[in-house]
Design a protein around this ligand. Sequence first.
Ligand code: VGL
Ligand code: ZN
Length: 206
Amino acid sequence: MKALILVDIQNDFCPGGALAVADGDAVVPIANRLMDAVDVVLATQDWHPANHGSFASNNPGRKLFDLGDLGGLPQVMWPDHCVQWTGGAQFHPGLDTKRITRVFPKGTDATIDSYSGFFDNGKRKATGLGHWLKAMGVTEVLICGLATDYCVKATAIDAAGLGFRTVLVEDACRGVGMKSTDVLNALAAMRASGVVVTTSHTVQRG
Ligand code: VGL
Ligand code: ZN
């Protein structure tokens, strides 16, 4: 059983959004095509309350994109993004959402951030995605979405750590790239954790 995990393909991470990733919307048509290559499609959705501790606006004295801390963990101070029930938190309108079987929200606890679709950043709580995949008999996951250097990276590394054969579809991902090396370093970290990095052209149709 093969699953596709769509990571955070949301308006706020696309051009015009609050935390726009350059060319973020370019992943949408590729993600739609990848749906044909798998048995089941899942999505993660960054889904923050307005008082989320990762927002610079909720950390007086901190500047945007500074490295601060949140509950004892290092925390980038993000612009307000993916606030629950706002348009920015919705999936990109071009994404073929009717083919998504289940959505796993993350980042809902104001006191901790959650980059991975499997666990929060302190690995304190699971989202249920890992158990769901195992219960469904999934052995291989394809991963794509936004952003390569944050949520895609964390999701792929956790998937590999949970024992899934994990394939990152590189051309179906885009990164924040605060530093020019961030995306390349993220790909290297994923590979070092056992993730296979490939392009959509090499993914076989199901
Ligand atoms: C993400 C920063 C903050 C992501 C989410 O989806 O990669 N990045 N929240
Ligand atoms: Zn977020």
